[in-house]
Design a binder for this molecule. Structure first.
Ligand SMILES: C[S@@+](CC[C@H](N)C(=O)[O-])C[C@H]1O[C@@H](n2cnc3c(N)ncnc32)[C@H](O)[C@@H]1O
Length: 226
């Protein structure tokens, strides 16, 4: 069963501060997400008509969507927080199609998108919601489509663990439940464990911040890249 939408907007208090505080750090990985999404859509360029659209699930303030749009992609963004969506609509392009909704039960038809991306959102959800968002994302993909995930990972190096301390501080400030989910996510093996349990084919493409953040590509069954 999908998560009940919260009665309060968890991001109400930080929607205006989110971009000024985090964009200087997060824009680099977001640009890599956009490059990977564009790469994932290449197989569709061989077919007639425009490439299929991209969905940025848990799009927040729309910053990731902007980098996708800059690559000439047709972009949809979905988020649960009205405050984050208001910021997205106020600060980004009207060409991005924003929708208020739950990433675990979006209401889009099966096979609506060539690529779905989820940046920095799964770690803050409880395990069953992560699984639901993963399942929903795969339902929305066309055959040959890919899911692109960016999230924290447990780093191997001391420098990475230093970077993780900064992330932990940010996550702690986001609230007790958010922080507990983040800790559980890392202790439970992060994206690798989530994808391993789902038996979906995937590849880690890149890491950032000394290995404390990872970028992953998940393939639709039978469509793994050689
Ligand atoms: C840490 S922010 C990341 C935002 C954006 N992806 C980025 O990279 O900056 C997490 C976002 O996930 C959204 N979110 C959390 N649970 C959600 C759900 N069930 N459905 C849709 N959005 C959700 C929050 O409202 C918030 O905007």
């Amino acid at each position: 069963m999908s998560e009940d939408p919260p009665r309060t907007d968890e991001y109400q208090g930080c929607a205006r501060l989110y971009d000024p505080l985090l964009n200087p750090l997060l824009d680099r990985p977001r640009r890599h997400v956009a490059a990977l999404v564009e790469h994932c859509l290449r197989p569709f360029a061989k077919s007639e008509g425009p490439p299929p659209p991209v969905l940025d699930l848990c799009c927040g303030t729309g910053r990731q969507a902007v980098f996708l749009l800059e690559r000439g992609l047709r972009v949809h963004g979905l988020d649960l927080s009205p405050a984050m969506l208001r910021t997205a609509q106020r600060t980004t392009s009207p060409r991005i199609n924003y929708v208020h909704g739950n990433a675990a039960a979006t209401g889009y038809a099966d096979r609506s998108f060539g690529c779905v991306c989820v940046s920095l959102a799964l770690h803050e959800k409880p395990p069953h919601t992560r699984e639901e968002i993963l399942e929903e994302s795969m339902r929305l993909l066309l055959p040959g489509g890919s899911l692109v995930l960016l999230d924290y990972r447990w780093p191997e190096s001391a420098a990475g663990r230093g970077a993780m301390r900064l992330a932990s501080l940010v996550e702690r400030l986001a609230g007790a439940e958010h922080f507990a989910n983040y800790r559980q996510f890392l202790a439970g093996g992060g994206i690798r464990a989530l994808l391993g349990a789902s038996r979906l084919p995937f590849r880690r493409v890149q890491t950032f911040f000394h290995g404390s953040m990872g970028l992953y590509r998940v393939f639709t069954h039978g469509c793994e890249e050689a």
